[in-house]
Design a protein around this ligand. Structure first.
Ligand code: ADP
Ligand code: ZN
Ligand code: ZN
Length: 751
């Protein structure tokens, strides 16, 4: 574990000694092992872990990261390739981040290249050719001094290039070009060990004066004060706390004060938030408190901005960094506290490629650094609650809303047998009208984009299915498209049935687009803002909308779960939940937890200031036990029986799960590969519980059949050993061009 330093290894007895040290390099390729290279010729920089290095990989040149510097390689010296150069003079990845990445690679069974390079801003991960030219300068190597004058007689162009470099000293590629020396000659000299390139070093800026902003501060409530006493006592050592505070209880205020303490002690702070939709407001609150010392990282930024913020955090100029999942990997040399807000949120788990949980890795980072971490939520995950019970986390609670706000009242609307307009029953529409009339704002939630989730022919029963997935196409009326939300396939919306040519096509059900339309028709005097992935592209759109909502004028916000996450809309008094029933009957064992969290979070947007809030939930299943528990006893009454059930079945957080998934255009080959893996694991890991091969929840997506094995064990170690073995088998298997496989450790979906 950890980064092994070259000095520690010099005592090892290698089989093949080479005079030169060997660089062990992670590259962005699907290789489980790091690659060995000889160091660049005559490099002025001393190689060390975390340093970027440009290396040949097949016919390409790529950026890699030095993981280690060792005395010997398992490869024969003549098979070792030589690295081309170091673009920087110092490591871009400090030792603690490298350690975090390598731990993540082991834990999630990712390749070191994926884990290490994915964490860098794009600009540092790849060096486009023009960029290499721009930053490199060329000079002759010490070895070329010994070159006899006649050596390059047969290639006069190379001889001329050598002469120029000798005379000129270090020269940029542009200067060489002016002298008639092309890149081909330079590379040719490089390959003969006669010339080398090195980076032109850029100067770093001095940090500007820190600004302090003056904002009115609240007097902490008794619960806030109590939580702060505990949290402040943790500064300087590792403790993980769960701050469970009902929506609007002032968790953010607690984070701000804790961070203030950390900054006063000369430390930096890292705040992870779920999604971009949330950052404008959170950012504002932090900027108001801490001024220009705050930086923000999220997926909506361009590569340049991202790289700048990353550099400023790494240099220590920024004292507070707020960001989504990947911000976890930002170097912060003086990090003193980590906050993970809305810790239950699924977006902390990356669902593609390198499948890591930023929340869980944040706990690892805090532990290694010996600093406190706070996980905050109104609806804590089952994992964090179980960790509190086991005494691993400190449980802190804010049971009441802050200031004058009170908990909203919640009521179910039974829609069985009712006619719906834009997905809403008459009573719901009346309630919305009533609130608008009283000068209030209303939030309407439904977790479905587009106009309607189903287009069907009323004469022959045809339904618009995706040809590539086991899924229906969603009708998007404004774009006039049928759109698959799973593989992104889009086709023009038909005007007549492709089966029987009837014109009687029916759009069934409602998505945000249709509900928005209905609300506009019902309430023409009030603005309706739609908030979903279709309308909210980037932080700017959200910023602008916040401005409008902030005026407090009555209006309607209609949207998907983007609306549910941590927003503070003080003038919203009604949260209208149109459709949550889908979650009640999902086969996923986590569906209950997710649905309950979503319901409480959406409801929590109502009545966050002086005016009392109301939550109305439409349902076809008013007697469903989850609904009853949530309404009568709140989140705890809801989640406690779920935890008990998980314990009975040995499901997470009481057991450990992983998924091995194979996707293939041929269902049979996916099944066969997994059956082989299963047979192998069965022999070696007799205790391990293996289910499958079974179809994934969506058995076909984007033209590929998706089969999976579910692996479960009460203990982590045997599960990881089995995954290691399975990954070796899958690595060795020859997959077809359109086939792929994945491993998902601690999966949030699909189990
Ligand atoms: P949470 O993060 O728990 O949802 P917030 O921190 O957003 O809650 O707080 C909700 C509202 O209550 C905000 O407007 C905040 O300014 C206000 N608030 C927080 N703490 C206090 C307090 N001690 N007294 C009065 N108002 C407070
Ligand atoms: Zn038809
Ligand atoms: Zn599709």
């Amino acid at each position: 574990m950890g980064v092994r330093l070259a000095s520690l290894l010099s005592v090892a007895l290698p089989q093949r000694m080479s005079k030169e040290q060997i660089l062990r390099v992670a590259v962005a390729a699907p290789l489980r092992q790091a690659l060995d290279y000889l160091p660049p010729l005559g490099a002025a920089v001393t190689a060390c872990p975390g340093l970027r290095v440009i290396v040949p990989l097949g016919a390409r040149r790529v950026v890699g990261i030095v993981l280690d510097v060792v005395a010997a390689s398992d490869l024969a010296p003549e098979r070792l390739k030589r690295a081309i150069g170091f673009p920087d003079t110092a490591p871009v990845i400090p030792a603690d981040i490298l350690d975090l990445c390598l731990f993540a690679a082991r834990y999630y069974h990712a390749t070191p290249g994926e884990a290490v390079l994915n964490t860098l801003p794009a600009g540092l991960r790849s060096l486009p050719r023009s960029r290499i030219r721009a930053i490199l300068q060329w000079r002759v190597t010490p070895a070329s001094e010994a070159l006899p004058a006649s050596a390059l007689k047969r290639s006069p162009r190379l001889a001329a290039a050598m002469a120029f470099l000798r005379e000129q000293g270090p020269a940029s590629e542009a200067l060489c070009r002016l002298a008639g020396i092309g890149a081909a000659q330079l590379r040719s000299l490089e390959s003969r060990g006669l010339a080398m390139s090195e980076p032109c070093v850029a100067a770093t800026e001095p940090p500007p004066e820190a600004e302090t902003a003056s904002v009115k501060e609240h007097i902490p409530s008794r619960a806030q004060a109590a939580a702060l006493v505990t949290l402040e006592s943790h500064l300087g050592s590792f403790h993980c706390s769960l701050l469970e505070g009902v929506t609007g209880s002032g968790k953010t205020e607690v984070y701000l004060r804790l961070i203030e303490q950390a900054l006063a002690a000369g430390r930096q702070a890292l705040v992870l938030v779920p999604e971009i939709g949330l950052t404008p407001q959170t950012r504002q609150r932090f900027v108001q408190r801490f001024g220009a010392r705050v930086g923000v990282l999220h997926s909506g930024l361009g590569d340049r901005e991202r790289e700048t913020t990353w550099n400023e955090a790494a240099s220590g100029r920024l004292r507070v960094l707020i960001g989504t999942r990947s911000a976890l990997f930002t170097p912060l040399p003086e990090l003193g506290v980590i906050v993970v807000d809305e810790e239950h949120d699924g977006s902390f788990k990356q669902q593609e490629g390198f499948r890591y949980s930023a929340r869980d890795l944040a706990v690892y980072r805090a532990r290694r650094l010996g600093i406190p971490i706070v996980l905050g939520s109104a609806t804590p995950s089952t994992e964090s609650l179980a960790n509190c019970r086991a005494g691993r986390f400190v449980h802190l609670e804010l049971p009441q809303r802050a200031g004058k706000a009170r908990a909203p009242s919640t009521r179910l609307l039974d829609i069985r047998g009712q006619t719906l307009d834009g997905g809403m029953c008459a009573e719901m529409i009346d309630a919305i009208g009533h609130q608008l009339g009283a000068g209030n704002q209303v939030l309407v939630f439904l977790n479905r984009r587009g106009w309607a989730p189903l287009l069907s022919c009323s004469d022959c029963g045809w339904m618009a299915d995706c040809h590539h997935c086991d899924a229906r196409l969603t009708l998007h009326k404004a774009a006039d498209l049928l759109w698959c939300h799973h593989c992104d396939a889009r086709i023009p919306a038909p005007t007549s049935c492709p089966g029987c040519h009837s014109a009687r096509l029916l759009a069934l059900g409602a998505g945000t687009e249709r509900t928005e339309h209905t609300l506009q028709r019902q309430f023409p005097a009030f603005p309706v803002h739609r908030i979903d992935r279709g309308t909210m592209q980037g932080a700017l759109a959200m910023d602008k909308l916040y401005g409008e909502i902030g005026t407090g004028e009555p209006c309607i916000l209609v949207g998907t779960q983007m609306l549910a996450k941590g927003h503070h809309f003080p003038c919203v008094t009604l949260a209208a939940i149109i459709d949550l029933d889908g979650g009640l009957f999902s086969p996923d064992y986590r569906a209950a937890e997710r649905t309950g969290q979503l319901l409480v979070q959406v409801g929590g947007r109502a009545g966050r200031a002086e005016r009392p809030g109301e939550v109305l939930i439409q349902t076809l299943h008013p007697q469903h036990p989850w609904m009853e528990r949530l309404l009568s006893g709140g989140y705890r009454a809801f989640i406690d029986p779920i935890l008990a059930e998980r314990e009975t079945w040995g499901l997470p957080p009481f057991g450990h799960l992983a998924i091995l998934r194979v996707e293939s255009p041929r269902e049979r080959s996916a099944i066969e590969v997994l059956a082989d893996v299963k047979a192998h694991l069965r022999r070696r890991f007799t205790e391990l519980d293996i289910v499958g091969p079974v179809p994934a929840q969506m058995a076909r997506r984007a033209g590929r059949y998706r089969m999976q094995l579910l692996l479960r064990d009460a203990r982590r170690a045997p599960l990881h050993a089995a995954l290691e073995a399975a990954c070796q088998l899958l690595d060795a298997h020859r997959f077809g061009a359109h086939e792929r496989w994945q491993v998902d450790v601690d999966p949030l979906e699909g189990a």
